[in-house]
Design a protein. Structure first.
Lengths: 280, 778
C-alpha cells in the first residue's frame, strides 16, 4: 500500500475554510505563487499504471469502453470504438487514447472513451492522473467522474466532477468543473487555470482533485487552483456518494467547437497513470 | 509618409556613422573584433524602421510597391507598412516583393518566431512571407507560403526552426505577392518583430515531405539533393503551421558515411557500395522523413572509348560524336511519363559518351530544326552495355519523322522501330549497330526526323557516335585481291590475272553510261558513271563450260537495281540480280548454272543493267574452277612427331595395321594415289567409307584431329570418330575446297560422347571425289 504525503508550508493561505479569499488570490498568482496547503495523508485504494505490451487494450478488469457515435449529449462528432488504434497501451507504461480523422460507421472521426463503471467507484478521496494532453481546435480531452447512481438517478442529478478538461484551441488552459442539478452544461460551476509561459500539451501534468465532505479541491501539478463547496454551487450538492472514472478524447461538440482544417490529426492523449486515494 | 529613397538615405547615414564610430576605435585589440555582439533587437518595424533596417525590392517587381503608411495602422499605431500589389502585366512590375534586411545583422537566438499583423483591402493569398533572405546566400531562409489575408487585422506567426543558428542574421523579413485574378490590391503589415512566444509547441522538422523514401539503385558518384525541407509548429490556437526552411537548420545524419555522405546543404554523395539511411535532426528532435539508399558502388563502364568513326564528314549527319560537328539536339532525355531513364554525359579515355541508366525507354529530340536525312542511307550507333544481351534481351531503335509540318502530330508523321538482338548486341564490348534506313519501312519520310526513341531490356547503356551516313559513291578502298590460283581462272577484268585480250569494255550499245578505268586504292577498277546499262564485248568467244563460277567484285552506294548477264550468240542472255546498294565492295561467286540456257561453250558478251544514272564500280570479273585432281600435294605437317598419333601421313610413322578399305558394303572406290609425289587417299564416288585402325588408340591426351582434304565436286562431306559400342559422332567439313587443299584441326571435344581413350574406327560420308591426307591426332 502506497501512502502519499503532501506537505506544503507557506504564507499565503492559513486557513482552508477561507475559500473565497483563496480563489481570488489564485486568480492573480497563477503558477509562480507559493501555496500553503493543509497536510493530508493518503492511502492508495485503486490505480492503473498502464503497464503492458504495446497495442494491448486497457485492463478489462478495470476499464469498460463506451462505444458509438450518439454525440454523448454534447453533439460530439467522433465515433467511440474499442479498437487499439483508438485506445491502447504504448508499451512504455502509458495508455494512449487517439482521436483520428477517418470515416467510420457514418462518423468523420474516431476516438475512445473508457470508464470504471461497475469496476470501481469511490466517494471522497484524491483522484489523480498524469496526462499529456492532445491539442488542436475541436479536440476535447477529459479526465472526469460521474455518480455511479446514474442509471437510477439520471444526469445531472447523479453529479459530474470534471478534474481535467481542455479545449485544443487553447492548449494553455485547463478547466475544472462540477455539473449538478440546476448547474449543468453551460451553467456548470467551473474555473480555468492557464499557464502563463507554456502549454499543457507539451509535457505530462498531474491533474487531481481532493474531495471530501463539503469540498472539492482542484489541482494541476499539485497547485490548488479551485475549491468548490456547497456554497459555491447554485443547486443541490450531490457529491456525497461514489463516483466512477472516465477518460476520453472528444472531437467537436458544444463545449469545444468544431475541428478546423488546421487541426492536426491524429491527436493522442497519453495517460501515465490514474490513482485514487482515501484519506487516512 | 516616407518613401523608399528616404529610407535608403537614412540607412546610408547610419552606415556613415558606423564607419566613423569604428574609425575612432583604432586602439582596440584587433582580436576583440571577433566577439562583436550583434544587437539582439527583435523589433523590425513597429512604427518605423528599427535599427539599421533597409529595404530592397526584388528584380522584376514594382519597386514602389512598399511605402510607409500613417493612415491604415494596427491598433491605431503611428505607422504601418503598406504594400501595393500591381495589376498583372503592370509596366512598373508584375508583382510586389522585396527584402527588409539589417546591414550588420542581429542576434535573434533568443526568439522563436517572427510575428506581425496583416490586413488587406480584400481577401487574398500572399505568395510568400518569411525571413532569412539576406540578398546573399540566405542560409537560414524560412518561408510561409500562401498566406491567407482578408480585410481584418490578423496576427501571423512564422516560427524560427532553430534560433541558435540566428546569431548574425541579416534577413529580417521578405515577401512576394502577385495579383489576385490579375488585379492588384493592397495589404498592410504592422508590428513586425521577432519574439519569444510561449505557446508555440511541437516543432517538428520534415525532410522529403515526411516520406520515407527509397533509392534502390544508387551508384558511387551519384548526388542526391534532400528536398521537401519543412518545419511544422503548432500555433497558440492549436493549429499546425508548416513553413519551408533551408537545409542549414537541419543536422543531417547518414547511418553509413562510408556509403553515403551528406553535406550541411543537404546534398547526399554516394561514395561506395552498401546501404545507408539518411535522416535529419532539427535541434535535438528527429525530423520526419528519411531516405534509404542502396548503392551498387561504382558503375560498370567501358574501359575504352568507342571506335573512332572513319567515315568522311561529308557523308555524315551526326547527332553525337567527337569525330563530327553535331547537329542541334534539343534533349537526350525527354523524361516522358513512365520513363525511368536517367542520362549522364561521361568521358572514357577522353571520348564523350552518353550513359543511360534504368533505361526502359528514352526520348531523344532534335526538332529545332528537324534532321533531313533524305540523302542518308544508314543509321549508326555505337553501344556498350554491362547487361546480359542474349535472347530474349533486346534493344529497340525508333525513328520518328514529324512530316512536312515539322511538329508532332498533324497526320503527316511517320515512324518505324527496329529491334536489335544478339549477336549484334553483345555484353561488355563496343558494338557498332548499322541499320539501313531502308529497313525502317514505316518511316515513309526522312526529311523531318525529330525523334529517336531507345528502349528494350538492357537498362544500362553507353552510347556514342550516333549518326546517319551515306556510303560514298566512290569506293574508299580497292576491291579485295583474288586468291584463286591463276591456272583455275579465265579472267575478263582483273589486275591479278592475265585478261582475255581484245575485250571492248565500252561497245556502243546506245547506253548513257560513261565508262572509265580508274585506279581505286592502287587497283585498276571499271567505273560506270551515269550508269543505265553497259555491255562488255569479249575479245573472242570463250568456252567456259569447264569453269564452275563467275566471280565479280562490285560497289555501288547509290544503285537501287543492278543485274549482270552472260550472253551467247543468238543472242541468248540470262540476268543474275546483284544486291545493291552496297556499303563496301561486294564479292559474289555466281554458279554458271544460274545463267542457263546461255551456251557456256560460247560466251561472247557480258551486260549490266538496272541503272538510273548511278555510279557502279566493277573489278575482278573472271570465270574460275577447282581442278578435279589436286595440282599440288597436301601441305606437309610441321608438328613434332612426339606430339602426333598419325593414322595416314607420309610425314610420320602411322599406326600399324590399319585397314583403309574395310568392306562395310560401301559403293566408294578407295585408292591410294601419289599427288605430286605424296601418297594420298582418294575416295571416288563417295557414299560412305570406313577406316579400321590397326589397334585401339587412346587419343584422350590430344586436342585436335587434323585432316587435309581436297574436292572439286563434293557438296557434302562428314567425318566420324568411332569408339566401341559403336559410339560415333560426325563433324561436317566445308566443300568444295575452293582455295585448294583445306587443312582442318577439329577440336576432339566436337566428337563427344565418343570415348577418346579407345578410338578404333573412322568413317567418311558424303558425295563426290575426295582426296585426303595427313589424318592425325595432335
Amino acid at each position: 500500500m502506497r501512502v502519499l504525503h503532501i506537505k506544503t508550508q507557506g504564507k499565503l493561505f492559513r486557513a482552508l475554510s477561507v475559500v473565497a479569499a483563496l480563489s481570488v488570490s489564485l486568480a492573480s498568482c497563477k503558477k509562480n505563487a507559493v501555496q500553503t496547503l493543509p497536510q493530508r495523508s493518503w492511502e492508495l485504494t485503486w490505480s492503473d499504471e498502464f503497464t503492458g505490451p504495446a497495442g494491448a487494450l486497457p485492463d478489462a478488469a478495470k476499464w469498460s469502453f463506451d462505444i458509438g457515435a450518439s454525440g454523448w449529449g454534447n453533439s460530439e462528432l467522433q465515433y467511440y470504438t474499442n479498437r487499439p488504434s483508438n485506445a491502447a497501451l504504448d508499451g512504455d507504461g502509458n495508455l494512449v487514447i487517439t482521436a483520428r480523422q477517418e470515416s467510420f460507421e457514418g462518423a468523420g472521426f474516431t476516438s475512445a472513451r473508457i470508464n470504471t463503471k461497475g469496476n470501481f467507484s469511490q466517494s471522497y478521496g484524491r483522484f489523480e492522473a498524469r496526462i499529456k494532453t492532445p491539442y488542436g481546435p475541436g479536440i476535447w480531452p477529459a479526465f472526469w467522474l460521474l455518480g455511479d447512481n446514474i442509471d437510477v438517478t439520471p444526469w445531472p442529478q447523479c453529479g459530474e466532477i470534471d478534474i481535467m478538461e481542455q479545449k485544443g484551441q487553447e492548449p494553455y488552459i485547463n478547466h475544472g468543473s462540477v455539473h449538478g442539478p440546476g448547474y449543468s452544461g453551460g451553467g456548470s460551476i467551473t474555473k480555468a487555470y492557464a499557464l502563463s509561459n507554456g502549454r499543457f500539451d507539451e509535457d505530462y501534468h498531474v491533474y487531481a482533485i481532493e474531495w471530501g465532505e463539503g469540498y472539492i479541491d482542484y489541482f494541476v501539478d499539485n497547485f490548488l487552483f479551485q475549491r468548490i463547496t456547497p456554497d459555491a454551487v447554485t443547486g443541490e450538492w450531490v457529491y456525497d456518494h461514489p463516483f466512477y472514472i472516465i477518460l476520453n478524447v472528444a472531437v467537436g461538440g458544444n463545449y469545444v467547437g468544431f475541428p478546423t482544417s488546421g487541426t492536426p490529426f491524429p491527436q493522442s492523449m497519453y495517460v501515465d497513470y490514474v490513482k485514487v486515494y482515501k484519506q487516512k | 509618409m516616407r518613401n523608399i529613397s528616404l529610407i535608403r538615405i537614412t540607412a546610408c547615414i547610419l552606415i556613415v556613422f558606423g564607419l566613423l564610430f569604428f574609425g575612432g576605435c583604432k586602439k582596440r585589440d584587433i582580436t576583440g573584433l571577433r566577439d562583436v555582439a550583434y544587437p539582439t533587437t527583435g523589433e523590425v518595424f513597429i512604427d518605423d524602421f528599427t535599427g539599421d533596417l533597409a529595404y530592397s525590392a526584388f528584380g522584376g517587381s514594382d519597386v514602389k510597391a512598399f511605402q510607409v503608411d500613417k493612415q491604415e495602422t494596427y491598433a491605431s499605431s503611428s505607422a504601418s507598412m503598406r504594400f501595393a500589389v500591381p495589376d498583372a502585366n503592370s509596366p512598373q512590375g508584375s508583382y510586389a516583393g522585396g527584402v527588409f534586411y539589417s546591414k550588420t545583422g542581429r542576434n535573434l537566438s533568443g526568439y522563436n518566431a517572427l510575428s506581425f499583423y496583416i490586413k488587406a483591402t480584400q481577401a487574398a493569398t500572399i505568395g510568400s512571407i518569411g525571413f532569412g533572405n539576406d540578398l546573399g546566400e540566405s542560409k537560414y531562409l524560412v518561408t510561409l507560403n500562401a498566406v491567407a489575408v482578408n480585410s481584418n487585422w490578423k496576427k501571423v506567426i512564422i516560427p524560427i526552426p532553430d534560433a541558435s543558428k540566428l546569431t548574425a542574421e541579416k534577413g529580417l523579413m521578405y515577401y512576394s505577392a502577385g495579383p489576385e485574378n490579375d488585379r492588384g490590391y493592397t495589404f498592410w503589415i504592422d508590428e513586425v518583430k521577432f519574439e519569444k512566444i510561449a505557446d508555440l509547441a511541437h516543432l517538428t522538422g520534415i525532410i522529403f515531405n515526411g516520406q520515407n523514401n527509397t533509392i534502390a539503385k544508387a551508384e558511387t558518384g551519384d548526388k542526391i539533393t534532400i528536398n521537401g525541407l519543412m518545419a511544422t509548429v503548432n500555433l497558440p490556437s492549436g493549429i499546425n503551421e508548416t513553413v519551408n526552411i533551408s537545409p542549414y537548420y537541419f543536422t543531417f545524419l547518414s547511418s553509413s558515411t562510408g556509403v553515403a555522405g551528406v553535406a550541411e546543404n543537404g546534398l547526399i554523395s554516394i561514395v561506395d557500395a552498401g546501404t545507408a539511411t539518411i535522416t535529419a535532426k532539427l535541434g535535438s528532435e528527429t525530423a520526419a522523413g528519411s531516405l534509404s539508399i542502396t548503392s551498387t558502388g561504382a558503375p560498370i563502364m567501358p574501359a575504352e572509348a568507342a571506335p573512332a568513326p572513319t567515315r568522311d564528314a561529308a557523308n555524315v549527319i551526326s547527332l553525337y560524336s567527337n569525330a563530327y560537328t553535331n547537329v542541334p539536339v534539343d534533349t537526350w532525355n525527354t523524361h516522358w511519363q513512365f520513363s525511368t531513364t536517367e542520362n549522364f554525359f561521361v568521358t572514357v579515355s577522353g571520348d564523350d559518351i552518353i550513359r543511360y541508366r534504368s533505361l526502359n525507354f528514352v526520348g531523344i529530340e532534335f526538332k529545332n530544326p528537324p534532321v533531313n536525312a533524305s540523302s542518308m542511307q544508314v543509321f549508326h550507333i555505337d553501344m556498350w552495355t554491362p547487361d546480359a544481351t542474349e535472347a530474349p534481351n533486346n534493344f529497340k531503335i525508333l525513328l520518328v519523322d514529324f512530316g512536312a509540318n515539322g511538329v508532332f502530330g498533324g497526320g503527316d508523321d511517320s515512324q518505324h522501330e527496329i529491334e536489335v538482338t544478339s549477336p549484334v548486341l553483345a555484353t561488355k564490348k563496343w558494338v557498332g549497330i548499322d541499320i539501313p534506313l531502308s529497313s525502317f519501312t514505316g518511316l515513309t519520310n526522312k526529311a523531318h526526323l525529330a525523334q529517336l526513341v531507345l528502349s528494350g531490356s538492357v537498362p544500362n547503356v553507353y552510347l556514342d557516335n550516333v549518326y546517319f551516313y551515306k556510303n560514298p559513291t566512290n569506293p574508299p578502298t580497292g576491291a579485295p585481291v583474288p586468291s584463286t590460283p591463276a591456272e583455275n581462272v579465265l579472267s575478263v577484268f582483273s589486275d591479278s590475272y592475265t585478261n582475255i585480250s581484245g575485250t571492248d569494255f565500252n561497245p556502243n550499245w546506245g547506253q548513257s553510261t560513261v565508262v572509265t578505268q580508274t585506279p581505286v586504292g592502287g587497283n585498276n577498277a571499271l567505273y560506270y558513271a551515269a550508269f543505265n546499262y553497259q555491255g562488255v564485248q569479249l575479245g573472242s568467244s570463250q568456252d567456259v563450260s569447264s569453269y564452275a563460277y563467275l566471280h565479280l567484285d562490285y560497289y555501288s552506294a547509290n544503285a537501287s537495281q543492278l543485274r549482270i548477264f552472260l550472253i551467247s550468240p543468238g543472242p541468248v542472255e540470262t540476268p543474275y540480280t546483284l544486291n545493291v546498294p552496297t556499303s563496301g565492295w561486294n564479292s559474289v561467286d555466281i554458279p554458271l548454272s544460274a545463267f542457263s540456257p546461255v551456251a557456256l561453250n560460247s560466251i561472247i558478251q557480258l551486260k549490266f543493267d538496272g541503272g538510273t544514272g548511278v555510279d557502279v564500280y566493277l573489278d575482278n570479273i573472271y570465270f574460275w574452277k577447282i581442278p578435279p585432281v589436286p595440282p599440288v600435294a597436301a601441305p606437309t605437317p610441321a608438328y613434332p612427331a612426339a606430339d602426333v598419333i598419325s593414322i595416314f601421313s607420309d610425314a610420320y610413322t602411322n599406326v600399324a595395321g590399319s585397314d583403309f578399305n574395310p568392306n562395310w558394303g560401301q559403293a566408294t572406290v578407295t585408292t591410294q594415289t601419289p599427288v605430286a609425289g605424296n601418297n594420298t587417299l582418294l575416295y571416288s564416288g563417295l557414299n560412305y567409307q570406313g577406316l579400321q585402325l590397326g589397334s585401339n588408340q587412346d587419343v584422350s591426351g590430344k586436342t585436335y584431329l587434323h585432316i587435309d582434304y581436297y574436292t572439286a565436286n563434293s557438296t557434302s562431306l562428314k567425318v566420324f570418330l568411332i569408339s566401341p559400342g559403336p559410339v560415333e559422332t560426325s563433324y561436317t567439313l566445308g566443300v568444295p575446297t575452293t582455295n585448294g587443299w583445306n587443312s582442318v584441326d577439329i577440336p576432339l571435344t566436337a566428337f563427344a560422347p565418343v570415348a577418346l581413350n579407345s578410338i578404333f574406327q573412322f568413317k567418311f560420308e558424303g558425295n563426290g571425289n575426295i582426296y585426303i591426307d595427313n589424318i592425325l591426332f595432335r
